[in-house]
Design a protein around this ligand. Structure first.
Ligand code: SF4
Ligand code: SF4
Length: 438
C-alpha cells in the first residue's frame, strides 16, 4: 500500500461515520412530485427549454446551460411539467425550479451510450460530459467539462481523483468506491483522456480500507494511494500537495500546478453518461445523525425533497436541533426540508438540540491554535478582526481569498469565536468589490 505524508495543518474530529459506513446504497423510488432547481452548479441559473404542460421523458433536457460557467439540467423521471416557479433551495433562498409530476413509467429518451467510450476522442468526451450536465459532485458544482479543458499551453501532469470524503458523518463516496469501483476507474480514464493528463492518482483516506481495496482491484496501472485520515484532506490544494508535493499558487487554480482534481462521485457520473448514455439525474446521499432512526446511504433522483430522504431513513427519534446539508464542517443549516436534492448535495445530517446549541463567544486569548490548524497558512484571528471591523482591503492583503472555508479554525478555537463566519463575510465583500465596474 503506497502511503504519503499529509498537508500542513488540519484537525482530527471524530468521524462519526460508523452508522452508515457499511450501509449498502439503497435506491429511493422517485417521488410523485419532483422539484428540479435551475441552480445546481457554479455560475448562472440554467435556462428552461420546456414549458408548463409539456409531457417529458426521463433524461430529457429541461434547461440548457446559461453561459460557459453553467450546466444543462435533465429530467429525473418521465411525466408532466406542472410549474416553473420559485421554490425553496438548499442555499436558503428561493430559486426558480421546474416542478414535475412523475407518471411512474420511467420512459427514457433515446440514450447515446458507447460500449467502449475510452475510444472516443478528447473533444467528444468533453462534449458528452458537458451535455450530460455533469458538475463537481463533491460540493463545488463547477462544470466538469470546463475543468477538464484548461487554458491552452497548460500541461496537466496529474488527474487526481478525490476519494477522501474527509467530512465527518458522510459515507456516500465511501459506498460508491466499495460498490462501483469499475465505474469510478472508467470515469477517471475518460477524464484523463479528456484533459490530456499524463497520470491518474486516486487518493483514499486510510479509514476506508475496503474502498482502497475495491479500487485497487480494478485500477490496473492507476496509482491508488492511501492518505492519513485528517480533515480537510479532500481539499483540492491539500490533496495536490499531499499527492504530488506541488503547491497551487496563492489565489491560483490547480491547473497552475499541473493538476486537475475530480471527486469519485463525478467520475461515477462521467462513466454512466459516456458508457450508459445517462445524464446527471441521480446521486448518492448519506442521511445520518443521532436523531435519525435508521441512517442510510440512498441513491436518489435529483429534485427529491430532503424530507423524503429523512422519511426513508425512518424519520426522527426525539427532538431535533438542526439539520445540516452537506457535511457538518462545510455544510449549512437547512430551514426548509421541502428544498430538493441537487447534484452537489452529498449529505443530510441531523443533530439533537444539545449538539447544536450555540456556544458563548469569549475574547481571543491569543493561543494561536487557529493558526496552527489552518491548512491555507493564514492568520484566522487577524482575518476575523478585519471582517468584524469591515477592513476589506486589509483582509485581502492577509490572503482572505485563499481561505478554503474548511472551518478548522472555528472548530479548534477555545473561545468559540465565529472566525469562519467573519472570514466568509470578508471574502464576499472583496469579491463583490472586484466585480464592481471601476
Ligand atoms: S482561515 Fe479558512 S482555510 Fe484557514 S482554517 Fe479557517 S476556514 Fe480553514
Ligand atoms: S484559536 Fe481562538 S482564542 Fe486562540 S488565537 Fe485563534 S481566535 Fe484567538
Amino acid at each position: 500500500m503506497r502511503r504519503v505524508k499529509s498537508f500542513f495543518g488540519g484537525i482530527y474530529p471524530d468521524d462519526s461515520k460508523k452508522s452508515t459506513a457499511e450501509a449498502p446504497i439503497e435506491v429511493l423510488q422517485a417521488p410523485q412530485t419532483l422539484v428540479v432547481s435551475l441552480l445546481q452548479h457554479a455560475g448562472g441559473e440554467a435556462t428552461p427549454v420546456v414549458t408548463k404542460g409539456d409531457e417529458i421523458l426521463k433524461g430529457q433536457l429541461l434547461a440548457q446551460a446559461n453561459g460557459a460557467v453553467s450546466a444543462p439540467i435533465h429530467s429525473p423521471v418521465s411525466g408532466t411539467v406542472v410549474a416553473i416557479e420559485p421554490r425553496a433551495h438548499a442555499c436558503g433562498s428561493s430559486v426558480t425550479a421546474i416542478v414535475i409530476e412523475n407518471n411512474g413509467e420511467d420512459n427514457w429518451v433515446e440514450k447515446n451510450g458507447h460500449p467502449d467510450p475510452v475510444q472516443l476522442d478528447a473533444a467528444t468526451i468533453r462534449q458528452r460530459i458537458q451535455e450530460a450536465g455533469i458538475v463537481g459532485m463533491g460540493g463545488g458544482g463547477f462544470p466538469t467539462a470546463l475543468k477538464l479543458n484548461p487554458p491552452k499551453n497548460t500541461t496537466i501532469d496529474y488527474l487526481i481523483i478525490n476519494g477522501c470524503e474527509c467530512e465527518p458523518y458522510l459515507t456516500a463516496d465511501h459506498r460508491l468506491m466499495v460498490e462501483y469501483p469499475e465505474e469510478i476507474i472508467l470515469g477517471a480514464k475518460l477524464m484523463a483522456k479528456a484533459s490530456g493528463a499524463k497520470r491518474i492518482i486516486i487518493g483514499v483516506e486510510d479509514n476506508k480500507p475496503d474502498a482502497y481495496e475495491a479500487l485497487k482491484g480494478h485500477a490496473g496501472a492507476i496509482d491508488v494511494v492511501s492518505l492519513p485520515t485528517k480533515y480537510p484532506e479532500g481539499g483540492e490544494k491539500q490533496l495536490i500537495q499531499a499527492l504530488t508535493g506541488r503547491e497551487v499558487p496563492s489565489s491560483g487554480l490547480p491547473f497552475q500546478a499541473g493538476a486537475i482534481v475530480q471527486n469519485v462521485a463525478t467520475a461515477w457520473a462521467v462513466a454512466k453518461a459516456l458508457r450508459d448514455g445517462e445524464p446527471s439525474i441521480t446521486r448518492v446521499v448519506t442521511v445520518t445523525g443521532k436523531p435519525v432512526v435508521e441512517p442510510k446511504n440512498l441513491l436518489v433522483s435529483i429534485g427529491t425533497p430532503i424530507e423524503n430522504l429523512l422519511e426513508a431513513a425512518g424519520g426522527f427519534n426525539g427532538a431535533v436541533g438542526k439539520v445540516v446539508i452537506g457535511g457538518p464542517m462545510m455544510g449549512g443549516a437547512q430551514f426548509n426540508l421541502e428544498a430538493p436534492i441537487c447534484k452537489t448535495l452529498s449529505g443530510v445530517v441531523a443533530f439533537r438540540e444539545e449538539e447544536s446549541a450555540t456556544p458563548a463567544v469569549l475574547p481571543c486569548i491569543k493561543c494561536a491554535r487557529c493558526v496552527d490548524v489552518c491548512p491555507a497558512n493564514l492568520l484566522p484571528l487577524r482575518l476575523e478582526a478585519f471582517g468584524m471591523n469591515e477592513m476589506w482591503d486589509e483582509a485581502q492583503d492577509y490572503g482572505a481569498l485563499d481561505c478554503i472555508e474548511c472551518g478548522c479554525c472555528t472548530y479548534i478555537c477555545p473561545s468559540k469565536r465565529p472566525l469562519l463566519q467573519y472570514i466568509r463575510l470578508a471574502k464576499q465583500e472583496i469579491i463583490a468589490k472586484q466585480k464592481k465596474p471601476s
